[in-house]
Every structure is written in C-alpha cells, then in structure tokens.
Write a new protein. Sequence first.
Length: 173
Amino acid sequence: MHLNPYGEYAILLAASLADDWPEDRAGIERRTLERGMTMTFPEEPDDHAQVRGVIDDWLRIVDETDPSARALLLNAQMAQAAAYPRLTNHDGEGWHLHYRDDVQSLPFVLRAIIAVGTSLHLVTRGMDRLARCAATPCTNVVVDVTRNGRQRFCSVRCANRAAVRRHRARASA
C-alpha cells in the first residue's frame, strides 16, 4: 500500500513537536523546515501559544482509541482549517496538492496539514496506527509506519527497556 508522503511528513512533524516541544516560535519554524516544509510564515506574537494549542488538540486524537470518536475529532479539526484540495506550485517544490486556503499563518497551516496528514495516514495505514509509546513511563507518540502495523514503541530504547522489564518479571515469578 502506498502512503501519501504529505500525510507521513505531516504526522511525523506533529509527533516531533508533541514529543519535543520547541522553546520558541523560531524553534517551531526550524522544525517545520527540517521536517520537509518549505514555507516560512510572517511572525505573529501569539504563534508559539497557538501552535501549542494545535498540538494539544492533535494529542486528543492520539489518545482517542475508538476509531469513530477519533474520526469525529479529526473531522472537527479539518473543518477548522482544511479546504478543498487544489494544485499549487511554490518554493521550487513542483506541483502538489494543498488541502487548505492560502492563509499565511503558521498555526493555521499546521492545523490544516497535521489534520489532513493524520487523516491520510489513518485511512491508508489503519485507524489504529497512532498511539502513545507502550513503554512505561514514556508518553511519546508512536506513528506506526511499519509494514506489519505492530509498532508499539517510540524507539528501540523504549522497546529494549520494556523487554528487560518483561524478562525481569518472568525471572522473579
């Protein structure tokens, strides 16, 4: 199954922001550029707080395990920012689709791409392909992009830590 790269980069960007929140607006914009966005945005005084709100809203989707409820949350977020798809060609990217209006606001654009990207990821990969790390006490986001759909940990480190805990629990039983 082919995953739309728009969905994958957007959901991985959201997870990156959720797991390692930047100190300031410049850190957010730097992260967006590192993760594949090419646009920069006029700075507004409340961008940092508004993007934090976007990520907090997205984390409600991460934490929702019921597919129907998760879809309702995503639909509500897309209704806030997404628009009809349209072809665009900017910043040397070549022709591609935008799922948002041409609003030049960092929080607005992030809400749109993250909501649409998350939706594309979940409908192409599976509604259960987004969760929190299964290693206690880690709360990082797991965006499952594996072939078999069984990724439960955010990193090899967390997977190894959980395996050691299971081994120790069996040995002491």
